[in-house]
Ligand binder design. Structure first.
Ligand code: NDP
Ligand code: DXP
Ligand code: MN
Length: 388
């Protein structure tokens, strides 16, 4: 029996992780977490009977403790509780389904405890990729990508036999992007975009923040940085192609120009399950891809209209604290956009402004990364009254 910890159990990745657990006799929901949605968490606790549940909002944790007093689940609170479940000696695999930099500390706790990590929380590697990958190398923690593109690349790379020749064998990583709901639109056409329109992803049903990131193409920018850290390739070896169908989840081009791709239906349950079972595969029902349905197309992204993509690549190339500033400014700007406080195109302007105003610190400590994140959020708040 594999004990699975799900950080962010109430979200899109979290609920799909529970579906994967439900479909497999060999997996058990050992610990679940939520930030404040205790109604959904209580339902999950009653159904899956985990040993632990953690609510980061301390007041809500106290409320949940009372509501679930009849059940044996131990209720923990705050970030300390998250770190406790992520590093628990009985935990086998930790799925990181928390959104944003809030996922960094518990992921690091899992790394220190040498866990297998099914990494969905891309902000962990965006903000602290050097540190997390270095510590994982030292502790022996296994980081298996759950993000669909990175899971695809990971699966394509698994075809290699000789593990020593990575640099000479692997020519390029080709990340696919759906292009989001505004593919083909001009900047003028994007001025009046509403949150409701940005939340209409063409192929994937996901949480609000990542869905807006897909619409601005910031998601792909974050994924370029994530790929750099996961696979240890320079930015020059990572390309992005717009692939509207989201059937080819990403590809790897090898030295002999062979391109290996992973295809599948747009369904996160496959990468979630694979992260748990790797190197084995278990059967799965309901996610069979229909390859006859559409032609598969590939286009170059529009870097001028969707500026978040080149901004993220630039932040990644600068390194140090710059990616944390990019990410913090983006998290703050997306929250403001979702609350109707700023316009769609302001997101890129605010991120760019924060990056221009930031003095990068090389090889930052964890606390310097969190300071850079806080600084970027404050920058965005301070700029709010200067817009329009
Ligand atoms: N959804 C998807 O298909 C994919 C997602 N990802 C990545 O996975 C991560 C999760 O995305 P997604 O599931 O869509 O997000 P959701 O918004 O659907 O879920 C987020 C989860 O994180 C919890 N949470 C929110 N804020 C905090 C906080 N400050 N501290 C602790 N927990 C918090 C939420 O709890 P509560 O419900 O109580 O607020 C919820 O459980 C993101 O990093 C995203 O980029 C990557 C690839 C695909
Ligand atoms: C499912 C997943 O991994 C998301 O990151 C998805 O890829 C977003 O789609 P975009 O390609 O539109 O960013
Ligand atoms: Mn993705």
């Amino acid at each position: 029996m594999k004990n699975i910890v799900i950080l962010g159990a109430t979200g899109s990745i979290g609920t799909q992780s529970l579906e994967v657990i439900e479909a497999n006799r060999g997996f058990r929901a050992f610990a679940l977490s939520a930030h404040s949605n205790i109604a959904v968490l209580e339902t999950q606790i009653r159904k899956f009977r985990p040993q632990f549940a953690c609510v980061t909002n301390e007041e809500k944790a106290a409320e949940l403790k009372i509501k679930t007093a009849d059940i044996g689940t131990k209720i923990l609170a705050g970030t300390a509780g998250l770190e406790e479940i992520a590093a628990h000696p009985e935990a086998d695999t930790v799925i990181t389904g928390i959104v944003g930099i809030a996922g960094l500390a518990p992921t690091l706790a899992a790394v220190e405890a040498k866990k297998r990590i099914g990494l969905a929380n891309k902000e962990t590697l965006v903000t602290a990729g050097d540190m997390v990958m270095e510590r994982a190398g030292q502790t022996g923690a296994e980081i298996i990508p759950v993000d669909s593109e990175h899971s695809a690349v990971f699966q394509c790379l698994a075809a290699r036999v000789n593990r020593d020749n990575f640099d000479s064998e692997v020519k390029r990583i080709l990340l696919t992007a759906s292009g989001g709901p505004f593919f083909g639109k001009t900047k003028d056409e994007l001025t009046q975009i509403t949150a409701k329109e940005a939340l209409r992803h063409p192929n994937w049903s996901m949480g609000a923040k990542i869905t807006v990131d897909s619409a601005t193409l910031m998601n792909k920018g974050l994924e370029v940085i994530e790929a750099k850290h996961l696979f240890g390739v320079p930015f020059e070896k990572i390309d992005v192609f717009v692939h509207r169908q989201s059937i080819v989840h990403s590809m790897v081009e090898f030295a002999d120009n062979a391109v290996i791709a992973q295809l599948g239906a747009p369904d996160m349950k496959l990468p979630i399950q694979y992260a748990i079972t790797y190197p084995e595969r278990l059967s799965m029902h309901g996610n069979e891809p229909d390859l006859t349905k559409t032609p598969l197309t590939f286009d170059k992204p529009d870097f001028e209209t969707f500026r978040c993509l080149p901004l993220a690549i630039s932040a990644g190339k600068t390194g140090g604290t710059m990616p944390a500033v990019l990410n913090g400014a983006n998290e703050a700007a997306v929250a403001l956009f979702l609350n109707g406080k700023i316009r769609f195109l302001d997101i890129a302007d605010l991120v760019e402004g924060a990056m221009c105003a930031h003095k990068t610190m090389k090889r930052p400590s964890l606390s310097q990364i969190f300071e850079a994140d806080k600084w970027a959020r404050e920058y965005v708040c301070a700029k709010l009254h200067t817009l329009h």
